[in-house]
Design a protein around this ligand. Structure first.
Ligand code: HSE
Length: 315
């Protein structure tokens, strides 16, 4: 039997929502799991990419053995029903840039898990899939939109269950995704964060999260401009993302721009704006990075409202 699952890219944090806000984007990885017939072949993992930018170096971020995230997710699911995975071929068709802050790790965890769940006759429901995937990833902000789609607030509770709610992104606001040609691993990007933050910074972000939810619900652009600020992670990560500070500064006076934030742990950047003057936003980002010899792919995208989907199922 062979199962393929298509999983969207995701952008986490979105300014104030460190480790709890995320949204799905229409860029996809497809993860296929096939039961192989030859005994003793174990679990084989392959990555296929048509994107020249996904070179061998970036593929190194995806361990292709039993230490890989996809394998860990599949193994946890098998273990939850008292079994161990054996004789499986896992193929990752990779289109989501790796180590770019667009949820490539979450996508392989979710894709592997959902495909294995289909193979096993669906022993896990959505709540169990969310918990297992978050256990492997460490936080739910990419995992939840990868599974359920849309814009989502999520929380991993003390008993490891995931509580989430979807929010409706206002149609009149655009999301421009800017992907530089350098990589930044999440481990490095998390290693620069402090263990504790000043109370005033925690309060600053609590206020911004409350503003974010109200701005989304009431489509209040002025409130959103205040909401898209952060003091918990971006200030510490600024030095790891050459160009971010300058891009933020160069966009500050553009009236249609509501905010410029790191996508997940970076280095990709999201620009939230009204739908006019998008070409100007694209050229400000491109030119600012070009001054630093950084090439970038810049795309204005709609939110993907669907989460991971099984795309074929061959006996
Ligand atoms: N919330 C996570 C972080 C997203 O910022 O580190 C990346 O996995």
């Amino acid at each position: 039997m062979k199962i393929s699952v298509k999983v969207p890219a995701t952008a986490a944090n979105i300014g104030p929502g460190f480790d709890c806000l995320g949204l799905a984007l229409p860029i996809y990885n497809t993860i296929t799991i096939e039961e192989t017939v030859l005994p003793g072949t174990g679990v084989q993992i392959n990555v296929i990419s048509e994107d020249a930018a996904v070179d061998e170096l970036s593929i190194e971020h995806l361990a292709l053995d039993e230490n890989s995230l996809v394998y860990k997710a599949v193994e946890l699911l098998y273990n939850s029903i008292g079994q161990s995975p054996s004789e499986l071929k896992i193929t990752i068709h990779s289109n989501i840039p790796i180590a770019s802050g667009l949820g490539s790790s979450a996508s392989v965890i979710v894709g592997g898990l959902l495909a294995a769940n289909e193979l096993l006759g669906k022993p896990a429901d959505e709540a169990a899939l969310l918990s297992i995937a978050t256990e492997v990833e460490g936080h739910p902000d990419n995992i939840t939109p990868a599974i359920v789609g849309g814009l989502v607030i999520s929380s991993q509770e003390d008993d490891c269950t995931i509580v989430y709610r979807k929010l409706n992104w206002p149609e009149e606001w655009s999301i421009t995704v800017c992907i530089p040609d350098y990589e930044l691993s999440t481990d490095i990007s998390r290693s620069v964060l402090p263990k504790e933050v000043p109370m005033k910074d925690a309060v600053f972000n609590a206020k911004r999260m409350a503003m974010f939810v109200d701005a989304i619900n009431t489509k209040d652009a002025e409130l959103m401009k205040l909401a898209l600020q952060d003091r918990l992670h971006q200030p510490y990560r600024m030095k790891l993302v050459p160009g971010l500070e300058k891009i933020m500064e160069n966009l500050r006076h553009e009236e249609n721009v509501l905010g410029c934030v790191l996508s997940g742990a970076g280095p990709s950047i999201l620009i939230i704006s009204q739908k006019n003057n998008l070409d100007k936003i694209h050229s400000i980002v491109k030119d600012t990075w070009a001054d630093l010899n950084v090439k970038a792919v810049i795309k204005t995208l709609q939110i993907e409202q669907n989460g991971a989907q099984v795309v074929n199922n061959e006996d």
